[in-house]
Design a protein around this ligand. Structure first.
Ligand code: ARG
Length: 466
C-alpha cells in the first residue's frame, strides 16, 4: 500500500521501518473522530468555496458511509495502512476518485491527529464523568443509610476515636468530588479546536476555523498554530486527574481489603464481586479491590511516560508525539474500568454493623472523651490525659473497657469520676456530641449529606455530553 507521501521517494520503505513507524495498530480506534473531523473540514472547504459544493457533499456523504460501514463491520480497518488518517483518505479516494483527493486541502496530519485525539479524549472524559457520578451517588447512598453505624476511626491504623460509616465514606465522597472538579477543568481547557493549524504555520487557504470549531462542539479555535499541533498538555492533565482518581480508589480499596480480612470482618463482599482460590476452599478474595490498587501503578506509569516523552521536544510536531496514544488510551481504559467496577462492588457490599460497633467499643476509642469528661469536672487537661492513660493501662491488663469498671474502681484513679461518666463515654455520646462542621455527629452528618446531595445534583445537571 502506497503511503500518502510516496511522491518524493524512489524506494519502498523497509519492512521493519514501516512496522516501526506505523500507528494503525493503535490509532484505528480514532476512526470515528477522524471521519467526524474530516466531514466538518470538507463542509467548511465547500462553504468557503475552496472546493465546489458538489465535491464537498460527495466527500461528506461518502465519509458518512465509510463510518457506518466500519461500524457495521462491512469495512475492516487493516494493518496495511500507515495510520487511521491514511486509511480513511485512501478508502475515500478508492470510492469516489478525484473528489476524494481534495479532502486534505488546507490540512496536515499534524492538525488532523491533534483534532482526532482531542475529540476522542473529550468523548471518553465525558464517559469517565458519568462513571464518577455513579460512584459518588453510590457512596452518598451508603452514607445516608449509615449515619448511626458506629465504627472506630483510625490514626496510624490504631483505633483512635469513634466515628460512623457515613463519616468515613464521606471522606471519600470529598475526594471524588474534588476529582469531579478536576475532570471538569480538563474538559474546559481541552475544548479548543486545533484544526486549521496546518502542519505548523497555518495555511494560505481562506479556512473558516470558527465554523469548524463550532460544528465539532468546541468553545472556539486555538490561537497559535504551532502550539495547536504540539500541545499534549490536555492529555497529561487528564492523566494527572485520572492518577488522583486511581490514588483515591486505591486507598479506598486498601481499606476494604483490610475490612474484609478475617481479623476485621467489617464487610462482606458480594459473591458476584469476589473470587475464590483454586486450592484453599475457604477463600473469598477481594480481587476487585486488589486489582484496582494494582492498576493504580499502571496509570501513574502512563502519566510519567507521556510527561517524559514531551519534556525535550522542540516546537512544533515531532514523531515522538505518536507515543501519546498508547499511554493515554491505557490510562483512560484502565481508570474507566476501575471506577465502574469499584462502584458495582461498593453497591453490593454488606457492612457488618455490629462487628464495627463492637470494634469501636473495645478499642478505647472513648479515651479522649473520658479525658474531656475530667476536664469538665475541673481537672487540667494534661493531668486528665495522664489519669486516663493509667486507667487504659489498667483496663488492658484486666481485659476490660473503661465503662466496665465500677464507680469505686474509677474513683481510685480520680475522685472527679461520678455516675454521669458512663453516659459521657458511651459510644453514642462520643459520636453524637461531635457536632462541629465536618464531624460525625448524626445531626451534623445529615446536614453535610444534604449539602453533598445538592452539590451532586447540580454537578450532574451541568454535564453537556459532546
Ligand atoms: N500517526 C501520527 C501521530 O500519531 C500522525 C501524525 C503524523 N504526522 C506526520 N507529519 N508524520 O502522531
Amino acid at each position: 500500500m502506497a503511503q500518502l507521501w510516496g511522491g518524493r521517494f524512489t524506494k519502498e520503505t523497509n519492512d521493519a521501518v514501516k512496522a516501526f513507524n506505523d500507528s494503525i495498530s493503535f490509532d484505528r480506534r480514532l476512526y470515528r473522530e477522524d471521519i467526524e473531523g474530516s466531514i466538518a473540514h470538507a463542509q467548511m472547504l465547500g462553504a468557503q468555496g475552496i472546493i465546489s459544493a458538489e465535491e464537498s457533499s460527495m466527500i461528506t456523504q461518502e465519509l458518512a458511509a465509510i463510518l457506518s460501514d466500519v461500524e457495521s463491520g462491512a469495512l475492516v480497518i487493516t494493518d496495511e495502512y500507515e495510520d487511521i488518517h491514511s486509511f480513511v483518505e485512501a478508502t475515500l479516494i478508492g470510492r469516489i476518485g478525484d473528489a476524494g483527493k481534495k479532502l486534505h486541502t488546507g490540512r496536515s496530519r499534524n492538525d488532523q491527529v491533534a483534532l482526532d485525539m482531542k475529540l476522542y479524549t473529550r468523548r471518553r472524559t465525558h464517559e469517565i464523568r458519568t462513571h464518577l457520578y455513579t460512584l459518588l451517588e453510590t457512596i452518598l447512598g451508603i452514607m445516608e443509610e449509615n449515619t448511626d453505624t458506629y465504627m472506630p476511626g483510625f490514626t496510624h491504623l490504631q483505633k483512635a476515636q469513634p466515628t460512623t460509616l457515613a463519616h468515613h465514606l464521606g471522606a471519600y465522597f470529598e475526594m471524588f468530588k474534588r476529582d469531579a472538579g478536576r475532570i471538569d477543568d480538563c474538559l474546559k481547557r481541552m475544548n479548543y479546536c486545533p484544526l486549521g493549524s496546518g502542519a505548523l504555520a497555518g495555511t494560505t487557504y481562506p479556512l473558516d476555523r470558527e465554523m469548524v470549531a463550532e460544528k465539532l462542539g468546541f468553545d472556539g479555535p486555538t490561537l497559535n498554530s504551532m502550539d495547536s499541533v504540539s500541545d499534549r498538555d490536555y492529555l497529561i492533565e487528564l492523566m494527572s486527574a485520572l492518577s488522583l482518581i486511581m490514588m483515591h480508589l486505591s486507598r479506598f480499596s486498601e481499606e476494604l481489603i483490610t475490612w474484609n480480612s478475617n481479623e476485621y470482618r467489617f464487610v462482606e463482599m458480594d459473591d458476584a464481586f469476589s473470587t475464590g482460590s483454586s486450592i484453599m476452599p475457604q477463600k473469598k478474595n477481594p480481587d476487585i479491590c486488589e486489582l484496582v490498587r494494582g492498576k493504580t501503578g499502571r496509570v501513574y506509569g502512563d502519566l510519567i511516560s507521556l510527561l517524559t516523552t514531551m519534556k525535550g521536544l522542540p516546537l512544533a510536531y515531532n514523531k515522538d508525539m505518536q507515543e501519546d496514544k498508547e499511554p493515554a488510551f491505557d490510562a483512560i481504559d484502565t481508570a474507566q474500568a476501575c471506577i465502574a467496577l469499584f462502584s458495582g462492588m461498593l453497591a453490593t457490599i454488606t457492612f457488618r454493623k455490629e462487628t464495627m460497633r463492637l470494634s469501636a467499643v473495645r478499642g478505647f476509642t472513648n479515651a479522649t472523651d473520658a479525658a474531656d469528661y475530667l476536664v469538665v469536672k475541673g481537672v487540667p487537661f494534661r493531668d486528665a490525659h495522664g489519669i486516663i492513660g493509667r486507667l487504659v493501662l489498667y483496663c488492658i491488663d484486666k481485659n476490660k473497657s473503661i465503662e466496665d469498671l465500677s464507680i469505686e474502681q474509677l474513683k481510685e484513679f480520680s475522685p472527679a469520676f461520678e455516675e454521669d461518666l458512663y453516659d459521657a463515654v458511651s459510644l453514642r455520646t462520643c459520636v453524637e456530641k461531635r457536632l462541629t462542621l465536618g464531624a460525625p455527629g448524626q445531626a451534623m452528618m445529615r446536614e453535610v449529606i444534604a449539602r453533598e446531595k445538592e452539590w451532586l445534583q447540580g454537578w450532574h445537571g451541568t454535564s453537556s455530553d459532546k
